[in-house]
Every structure is written in structure tokens, then in C-alpha cells.
Design a protein around this ligand. Structure first.
Ligand code: C2E
Ligand code: CA
Ligand code: CA
Length: 688
């Protein structure tokens, strides 16, 4: 093309020069002829014949001019023909290489003209398609729309419109074609509807991708909150017109934070993706499964005739998420709490989603790893939580908390080993409120750290002041509970050091109780924190042992001194063989690992007896005393026993906070003092 356009000016110049030369020659010839005629008349002196000669010459010159004129007009016509052919060729080349397909269809939709590029779109030679209805070439579902487009939208002369259709490509693929049409029936050169067909498959793919990003969670590829909201809205609208029901399931993974924190976000993400796949497997085709954020998922179930399938799906999800994930290793499992809400006629999207959320919280409160169906009373509980959250902040400012202490006793002798500090809320209207009613809220609302710090300082100060009033050497140990958030999100080591310093309590008297979940946080950071505590001289107890999913294998990795067997195992003593077996196993494990075992929740005499038989040394429970004020404890039977025993100690010996006693620098556990025999075999086994 470029070459052609380069040559064009010079050839044009040549042609016009040739034409001018021809005219010049004709003019010269004419002038010469007339000249000759005039000379002949003058010199030869012709008389009559001279007029004739002039006529001959004149006519010859005119003929010559006519000849030249004819030749020129023929050249011009040939040149015009050449130019139009070049334009046609250029047009054909353009059409041949155009990405778009240009088609002309008749009023009935049959193709009358197609550019060669049609082969790329339809996969057939254009010639083979002439005469066929264009609608026959598009996907079945789009045929009616295309016919309407040609017949109705482009009915008027000059009308323009656009439509989008799909054209099948292979078994389960198609390309998307955008058709721009104009009715040019009145244009003789076209005489039909002129269509410009453009393949927009790639653009559509990109659009789809963007849409997916806007409405889907990129990690799990599930619907996101926005899409879920839309679907619920739509389902509720349909629901109002039919007698079919709608339900929403809110699913929250239990203790997911533990996995994320202990194994890292990579593993956390894998758990989320794998959980998403399980959710999809547990649901039916057509149900919407979404990730609302973090470890929260939701399922929308529509077209329900009764509640049964919903409950079945919820149960399937609970069971499925409890199955171990192979990539997590044997010790770790995930569980889920599910809240179910059925839509009522009055429910909008917000109400339905809030109800499912409230039911999910109820499931968590009932012990996690389960599903709960929303009932109206739950809303009161949820409102109560919000109320408590607001009141707690004020309670901290107004100093509305106090500490009760529950004795921990030596099982065999019944003397007081120490106390566990248990926080109470002296509510201005409700009286004494126990931790079960507000600790969760404090934890969720981030107020636990401030509350825990207060308990630590207050308990150390109170116990130190109380000890100071006891005769010298009668130290008792103080166990203080700390929550996982105190360990994770605050500088617990500094807080403990401060509480010890401010109260002047002997660090050897302080026991920090952490829940079993800490063992799951098998991280260097957690190990460093616990080691930091140990370096202060305090001891560490694992609380509620046996209730979590923690691996016993982790026990030895952490600097643990005391294991507290959960009340649920003590309850089973004397009953089914299993409970006793578990308690026995924990006591044996404690002895093997050199840990002190404390039994919790002893309520009955036979439980005490069995525990002694199993070799358990210490315990606490209503059987001995309920939590109370320190000054009440001073006159308790346990304190009296301790005093009596202390009075019979060998010269120079005194109790330590562990309940063991020292004779000067000599330990009772050394072989010699055993001879005293006063305190029974259990004492002689212990070390300070
Ligand atoms: P825990 O650490 O397992 O404390 C023992 C709980 O069992 C106490 O409940 C106690 O009153 C109760 N208990 C003791 N003996 C018996 C018995 O023989 N039978 C029965 N049925 N219960 C018994 P409380 O005081 O309501 O505390 C509940 C939980 O709240 C505690 O369980 C502990 O995990 C937590 N908690 C209490 N105070 C604090 C605190 O200051 N900080 C933190 N982080 N948690 C605390
Ligand atoms: Ca405890
Ligand atoms: Ca406990």
C-alpha cells in the first residue's frame, strides 16, 4: 500500500505532461498547416484554388483537434476506471482484514452478504452461509432475541440498534458477539439491514472477572457479603410471592484465631479455603454459600417446604468441619458454631441476618461446635450483651469489682495450701455478678486486659496484706487467672512484675493460671512470655485441663508447674469407668512430668477419697469452701488445720507457699526429716 501511494504522484505528473505534449503537437501542426497554406497563396499566386486550400487546411486542423480531444477523453475515462478499481481493491483488502464482520441481512433475517472475516466467527465459508437465517447461527437461547432485533428493532428505515448474542464454539464454549445494526433498505447499494458484528468475548471475560472480584471473596471464591446480601434480598422478595420458606445460616469457625496465631496466616488461609469447600459440599445445588469476612461464613437456603433440610445441612456442616484437616497435623482441629434463622413475613435482610448472628452467638455460648435455631428470646440475650459491654466500661471507672477467694487444700490433711482469686462484679442494681456473665463480653469488647490487670494488682495486694497478719512463715499461695488476650495482646510479664513489686508479695507465692488453649499457641512468642513469667519466680498452672483439644505432647514444651483437672472429670468419679480413667491418666501424667495436680470442683466426700487413692495431692471445691472474702477464710477449718500442723513442725521449720515446709535450709523431701511422719507420705514426696 505504501509503495503504491509513493508512486502515485510521479505517475500522475507523467500522465499530465504526456497529455499536454499531445495538445502542444496538435496546436503546432495546426499552426504549421495554416502557415503553409498562407505561404502557398502568397508565393504561388493561386487565385481561386487558394480559398479551397485554406478550407482544406482549416478543416484538417479542426479534425486534428477533435482527434486529440477524443483521445484525451478516452484516457480520462480509463484513468477513472482504474482509480475506481483501485479503491475497490483497497476496500476489499480492508474488509478482508477487518476484525469485525459486516453482514447484510434481508427483512426476513436471511444473510445476503458477508465479509470474508465471517469465517473466523462462524467457522464456515461465507459463501456457504449466504441465504441462511442469521438467527440459526447463534446459541439456541439467543435466537428469539436476535429475530426480534432484526424484525422489530430495525423495522424503520434508518433505525439503529445494538444486541448481544452468543455463538457456540465447541461443546461447552461460546463467544460473545455484539451486533450493531442499521436499516439501510432504502440505500440501493445495500438494500437490507447492515450489521456490524464484533467479537467481545475477551472484553466480556474481563468484565466477568471484574464482576467476580466485586462480588466474590478472592481467597475462597465464595460469594462475598455484598452478593450474599443481594441474594437474600431477592429470596425474600420471591418468598413473599410464594409459600416456600427461606433460611440463613451464620457459621463461625471456633477458635480460628488460635490457628492463625500459632500456625501463621498461610495455614490460616488454607483452613479457610478448605472449610469453604466443605461448606459447598454440605449444601445443595442452588444454595448460596458466602464468606462474610474473617472466619465468618453464611449459607442461604431457599425454596423450603419445611425446616428439616435446614437442620440436616447445619448438622452436616458441624460434623464436616470437625473432621481433621490433613495439612494441620494430628493435634489441631477446627469446629464451627452455627446460627439458623428462618425468615418470617415481616423480616427484611437486616433482621434475618441479625437473627442468624444472634443464634450463632447463642450456639457459641452453649459450648461451640453446634447449631442453634433463632428464637425471639435470644434477642434479649444479645441486647443484654450490649448493655453489659457499656456498663463494664463504667464499672472499671467506678471500681465496681471485687475479688473472692476459694481455698485450695491439701487433700489428705485438709490444710490450706492457698487461694484462687475469682473476680466478682458488684453491680449497683443486680448485686454480685459472677464472671460467667461478663468475662466473655469483656474479652470480646477488649476490656479484659484492663480488668485482668486490676485483678492481678488487687489480689497480690490483698493477699500480701492478709499474709502479713498471719504468724511468720505461714505463706499461702495465690492463684490468679489470666485470659489468653492478656497473654497475647498485653505485656503480661511487665504487669505481673509491677503487681509483685507494688504489693511486695513473694513471687514464689504467685501462681498464674492460663487456660489449656495456650498450649495450642505453640509459638516461640508464647514460650518466651511464659519463660519471662517463670524468670520472675512465679509458677504457671494449666487450668481446666482435659477440656480443650490441646495435645498432651505440647505439655513438656512449656514451663508448666501445675495442672488443674477440670471439674467435668471429677464429676464423673465413682460413675462411669471413663471419667475415673481420665482423671487417673492426668494424675499419672502429672507425676511422670513432675507436675503438681490440683483437682477442681470437688463437691462430695467420695470424690475426695478417690482422688487421694489416685495419688492426687491438692484440690478445691464446694466440699471444702465456696469462694469468699479473705477474712472469712482466716477462721476456716483449713486455716485452723494449717495452724495446728504448723505448731507441730520441727524446730525452725516453716510452711512455704506450696504447702511444703522448710527446716532451715533443709528440705522435708530429703530422706532424713521423713522420719517425723507427721504429715503423711504425700508431703514427703514434694519439693519446694
Ligand atoms: P475457674 O478458673 O475454673 O474457677 C473455678 C470456678 O469453679 C469458679 O467459678 C468457682 O466458683 C467454681 N467452683 C469452685 N468449686 C466448685 C464446685 O465444687 N462446684 C462447682 N459447680 N463450681 C465450683 P467462678 O468464680 O464463677 O469463675 C468462673 C471462671 O471465670 C473461672 O473458672 C475462671 O476461668 C474465670 N475467672 C474468674 N475470675 C477470673 C479473673 O480474674 N480473670 C480471668 N481471666 N478469669 C477469671
Ligand atoms: Ca482457674
Ligand atoms: Ca478451672
Amino acid at each position: 500500500m505504501e509503495l503504491e501511494s509513493d508512486q502515485q504522484p510521479s505517475s500522475g505528473l507523467r500522465k499530465s505532461m504526456a497529455s499536454w505534449l499531445a495538445w502542444l503537437c496538435a496546436a503546432l501542426a495546426g499552426v504549421v498547416l495554416v502557415g503553409i497554406a498562407m505561404l502557398a497563396q502568397h508565393f504561388m499566386n493561386f487565385d481561386k484554388p487558394a480559398g479551397l486550400l485554406a478550407w482544406v487546411v482549416g478543416v484538417s486542423a479542426v479534425l486534428l483537434f477533435a482527434c486529440q480531444a477524443l483521445a484525451t477523453s478516452r484516457i480520462t475515462a480509463a484513468r477513472a476506471d482504474l482509480a475506481s478499481r483501485a479503491a475497490e481493491a483497497r476496500f476489499a483488502t480492508l474488509i478482508q482484514h477487518a476484525a469485525d464482520v459486516i453482514a447484510i441481512v434481508r427483512r426476513d433475517g436471511a444473510i445476503s452478504y458477508l465479509t470474508p472475516s465471517a469465517e473466523r466467527v462462524f467457522g464456515q465459508q461465507p459463501a456457504a452461509l449466504i441465504g441462511r437465517p442469521l438467527a440459526d447461527l447463534v446459541a439456541l437461547e439467543d435466537r428469539v432475541r436476535l429475530r426480534e432485533f432484526i424484525v422489530r428493532d430495525l423495522a424503520q428505515a434508518g433505525a439503529s440498534a445494538t444486541v448481544e448474542v452468543r455463538i457456540p464454539r465447541g461443546a461447552d464454549k461460546h463467544c460473545v458477539i455484539e451486533i450493531q445494526g442499521t436499516n439501510l433498505e432504502s440505500e440501493p447499494s445495500i438494500g437490507g439491514r447492515l450489521l456490524n458484528l464484533r467479537d467481545t468475548t475477551d472484553r466480556k471475560g474481563l468484565e466477568e472477572q471484574l464482576k467476580r472480584l466485586a462480588f466474590h471473596d478472592p481467597l475462597t471464591l465464595l460469594a462475598n457479603r455484598a452478593l450474599f446480601h443481594d441474594r437474600v434480598e431477592h429470596a425474600l422478595a420471591v418468598n413473599k410471592r410464594s409459600d416456600r420458606g427461606v433460611a440463613v445460616l451464620f457459621i463461625d469457625l471456633d477458635d480460628f484465631k488460635t490457628i492463625n496465631d500459632s500456625l501463621g496466616h498461610g495455614q490460616g488461609d488454607r483452613v479457610l479455603s478448605a472449610s469453604a469447600q466443605r461448606l459447598v459440599k454440605c449444601t445443595r445445588n442452588g444454595d448460596t454459600v458466602a464468606r462474610l469476612g474473617g472466619d465468618e461464613f453464611a449459607v442461604l437456603l431457599e425454596n423450603l417446604t419445611d425446616e428439616q433440610p435446614v437442620v440436616e445441612i447445619a448438622a452436616r456442616i458441624v460434623a464436616s468441619l470437625q473432621e481433621p484437616f490433613p495439612f494441620l497435623g494430628s493435634g489441631l482441629r477446627v469446629a464451627a458454631s452455627i446460627g439458623i434463622a428462618f425468615a418470617t413475613a415481616a423480616d427484611g435482610v437486616e433482621e434475618l441476618m441479625r437473627n442468624a448472628d444472634v443464634a450463632m452467638y447463642a450456639a457459641k455460648a452453649q459450648g461451640k461446635g453446634r447449631y442453634t435455631i433463632y428464637v425471639a428470646e435470644m434477642q434479649n440475650v444479645a441486647n443484654r450483651r450490649l448493655e453489659v459491654e457499656a456498663e463494664l466500661a463504667q464499672a472499671l471507672i467506678d471500681n465496681q469489682f471485687q475479688i473472692h477467694y476459694q481455698p485450695i487444700v491439701e487433700l489428705q490433711s485438709g490444710y490450706l495450701l492457698g487461694v484462687e482469686a475469682l473476680v466478682r462484679w458488684k453491680h449497683p442494681k443486680r448485686g454480685i455478678v459472677t464472671p460467667g456473665e461478663f468475662l466473655d463480653v469483656a474479652e470480646d469488647s477488649g476490656q479484659m486486659i484492663a480488668l485482668g490487670r486490676w485483678v492481678l494488682r488487687q489480689a497480690c495486694a490483698e493477699v500480701q496484706a492478709w499474709q502479713a497478719r498471719l504468724p511468720e512463715g505461714r505463706q499461702v499461695r495465690l492463684a490468679v487467672n489470666v485470659s489468653i488476650s492478656q497473654l497475647e495482646d498485653s505485656d503480661l510479664v511487665t504487669d505481673v512484675a509491677f503487681a509483685l513489686k507494688a504489693s511486695k508479695l513473694d513471687p514464689g507465692c504467685l501462681v498464674i493460671e492460663v487456660t489449656e488453649g495456650v498450649l495450642m499457641h505453640n509459638t516461640e512468642e508464647m514460650l518466651a512470655k511464659l519463660t519471662g513469667l517463670k524468670n520472675l519466680g512465679v509458677r504457671i498452672a494449666i487450668d481446666d485441663f482435659g477440656t480443650g483439644h490441646s495435645s498432651l505432647a505440647y505439655l513438656h514444651r512449656f514451663p508448666i508447674d501445675i495442672v488443674k483437672i477440670d471439674r467435668s472429670f471429677i464429676e464423673q468419679l465413682g460413675g462411669l469407668e471413663d471419667g475415673a480413667a481420665l482423671a487417673r491418666a492426668i494424675i499419672a501424667l502429672g507425676n511422670t512430668l513432675g507436675l503438681e495436680v490440683v483437682a477442681e470442683g470437688i463437691e462430695l466426700e467420695h470424690q475426695q477419697r478417690e482422688l487421694i487413692e489416685l495419688g492426687c495431692v491438692a484440690g478445691q471445691g464446694y466440699y471444702y469452701a465456696r469462694p469468699g472474702m479473705l477474712n472469712e477464710l482466716e477462721y476456716s477449718v483449713h486455716m485452723k488445720r494449717r495452724r495446728t500442723m504448723a505448731d507441730t513442725l520441727p524446730q525452725g521449720a516453716r510452711f512455704t507457699a506450696t504447702g511444703r515446709f522448710l527446716v532451715g535450709s533443709l528440705r522435708l523431701s530429703d530422706p532424713e526429716p521423713t522420719a517425723t511422719g507427721t504429715f503423711g507420705p504425700s508431703l514427703t514426696k514434694k519439693t519446694v
